[in-house]
Design a protein around this ligand. Structure first.
Ligand code: F6P
Length: 370
């Protein structure tokens, strides 16, 4: 039986991180009499002098609604090195140092809150003899083996609210408004918010688009008397025959950052349709601030279940939501493949049946012709 567990948050922040930390601490200390040590700035806090602090129930009071993470977080850090050719490797010496520090601090096992990158690092710790249970975090909802990652539904609320607001200004000015949302190489935020916010066009990485097809949809709306259009574009949306658009290509310690598809569409659609267009990049507003009620609930359940999983002797596992219940799945399975939007799935079909275009080259065949 463990005496002390460590907890850390890695990768981009997401609403609900603090709610998970609170649940882990209250469950571990209150229910199982364990000590909890918070590790600061992701795995980086395990290097050098180490940055850690004990966490008690008093330390996590009032955390449910608080955005960000009280422990701080880091992307990649020193635990993944990218070569000039873009190949990632895990430097042995760095892991060895971290594991030695874990032993010295008296940490018996880790709860790791993260997305695919952070969980991939955690697998290595498990392999090196430190039991790990992961908690699936990302606003992108792109982790496999779980129906939901915490943070996603809050991001969705924020994107949907933005679409509602863009509707009134688009309609007043007879404009095309383009909302660029996050999601890395998946279209979960764009698809769900596009449906919830009544977008006219949704552009997602899983369904490559042509600018002509998008412009056709905007023109058809004009002809039908709707002189404005709302486009929601995932940052990883891909125009057929073109490259993805990046803000920067990353470096040894930072992953490449997508961004710019919205303003590109704005320019091209103005030319093709002759209409005024504007672009809004929602950016980190999708990640900052309070988690909504659902994410607080999900985060709390994930955190508590993660502690129970460790106490039950599970390791190398991630808590996951399947059919409404939190279960555990091997982390290795969850990170093996990115969970993408099924291009022929029910939500895409529903979107098309309710008049939304994905800008596919053959989009017309999915819509009833006049
Ligand atoms: O993975 C979460 C996410 O917000 C992505 O949607 C986005 O592409 C990326 O992180 C942005 O990263 P950063 O905060 O480093 O700009």
């Amino acid at each position: 039986m463990y005496k002390t567990i460590g907890i850390l948050t890695g990768g981009g922040d997401a609403p609900g991180l603090n709610a998970v930390i609170r649940a882990v601490v209250t469950t571990a200390t209150g229910q199982y009499g364990l000590n909890v040590i918070g590790i600061e700035d992701g795995f980086e806090g395990l290097l050098g002098e180490t940055q850690t602090r004990p966490l008690t129930a008093a330390d996590v009071r009032g955390l449910l609604p608080r955005g960000g993470t009280i422990l701080g977080t880091r992307n990649r850090g020193k635990f993944v090195e990218r070569s000039a050719e873009g190949v990632d490797s895990k430097p042995d010496a760095v892991y060895k140092e971290a594991v030695e520090n874990i032993r010295r601090l008296g940490i018996d096992a880790l709860v790791v809150l993260g997305g695919e990158g952070t969980l991939a690092i955690s697998v290595e710790f498990d392999r090196l003899g430190v039991p790990v249970v992961g908690v699936p975090k990302t606003i992108d909802n792109d982790l496999a083996c779980t129906e939901l990652t915490f943070g996603f539904i809050t991001a969705l609320d924020i994107a949907t609210d933005a679409l509602d607001r863009l509707h009134t200004t688009a309609e007043s000015h007879d404009r095309v408004m383009i909302l660029e949302v996050m999601g890395r190489n998946t279209g979960w935020i764009a698809l769900h918010s596009g449906l919830a916010g009544g977008a006219d066009v949704i552009l997602i990485p899983e369904i490559p688009f042509t600018m002509k097809s998008v412009a056709d949809r905007i023109r058809a709306r004009d002809e039908a008397g709707s002189n404005f259009s709302i486009v929601v574009a995932a940052e990883g949306a891909l125009e057929t025959g073109r490259e993805l658009i990046y803000q920067d290509k990353g470096d040894r310690q930072h992953a490449p950052r997508l961004g710019g598809i919205g303003s590109y569409c704005q320019r091209e659609l103005e030319t093709l349709t002759g209409k005024e267009a504007r672009c809004v990049v929602l950016g980190h507003l999708q990640r900052g601030g309070r988690p909504n009620a659902f994410d607080r609930m999900l985060a709390t359940n994930y955190g508590s279940c993660a502690v129970r999983a460790l106490v039950d002797g599970k390791r190398g596992m991630m808590v996951a939501l399947q059919a409404g219940d939190v279960i555990t799945v091997p982390i290795s399975l969850a990170i093996a493949n990115v969970k993408t939007v099924p291009a022929d799935g029910q939500l895409v079909r529903t979107a098309r049946d309710t008049g939304i275009s994905f800008g596919a080259p053959d989009e017309a065949r999915y819509h009833r012709q006049p």
